[in-house]
Design a protein around this ligand. Sequence first.
Ligand SMILES: Nc1ncnc2c1ncn2[C@@H]1O[C@H](COP(=O)(O)OP(=O)(O)OP(=O)(O)O)[C@@H](O)[C@H]1O
Ligand SMILES: [Mg+2]
Length: 242
Amino acid sequence: MSLLELVAVSKRYGGVLALDQVSFTVEAGTIVGVMGANGAGKTTLFALIAGNERPSGGEVRFAGRSLAGLRPDQIARRGVARTFQVVRPFAGLSVRENVLAGALFGTRAFASAALARRAADAIVEEAGLGGQADRLAGTLTLSGQKRLEVARAIATGARLVMLDEVMAGLLPAEVDEMLATLHALQRARGLTLLVIEHVMQALMRLSQRIVVLHLGALIAQGSPEEVAADPEVQRLYFGETA
Ligand SMILES: Nc1ncnc2c1ncn2[C@@H]1O[C@H](COP(=O)(O)OP(=O)(O)OP(=O)(O)O)[C@@H](O)[C@H]1O
Ligand SMILES: [Mg+2]
């Protein structure tokens, strides 16, 4: 059974069909990339899965059960977490406290505050923020804030973690570090990652499978090699005339 299953999911905003009958599945323990130009519907996809928005049609299923009608907090408790494209740290809290907030509002019940703090601190370390644990989140560099978003989402204990452009705006060396961090976190915790990224090379290095959205429709899916060789993807991304 797939961990996540989208069945003909659509979303209409007034005259805009942001998603048009999108269907695909995500297997547990895999990393799936979501590619697509500006306005393709990538963030809308995350909003529908996380329950921030309701689909206009179709169904999202997680671990074999429909998420229809559930609130974001109920979906989060089932084990789904997302980051936001525009980072949203609690700027006045420290890095450690931000990650602790993720742990406390997530899927796990901690026997004591000390255990929750220990779990949060472990993730701070694994996310490469160990040296900045006591800094106020608002004072981090962009790279640090992106890491914090990842750490806070993972701290919820979610099985499915959706990352919305956590490498956007990073320097090439920072992208390399982030890729290594994501791979390590995914492996250590057996996570399933759904990853939106414009940086195509990075996405190809990270993902086992990639789905490509264009104007709300799913136009290609497969291994990174298959997607890169897809004629429609080549035409859209490399401007080749077929
Ligand atoms: N809340 C909303 N109200 C109205 N239209 C919206 C809303 N959210 C998204 N849209 C529209 O839906 C379409 C898809 O938007 P979405 O943000 O999902 O794209 P995206 O693929 O994430 O783009 P980007 O790469 O720029 O982040 C766009 O045309 C956008 O203007
Ligand atoms: Mg987006």
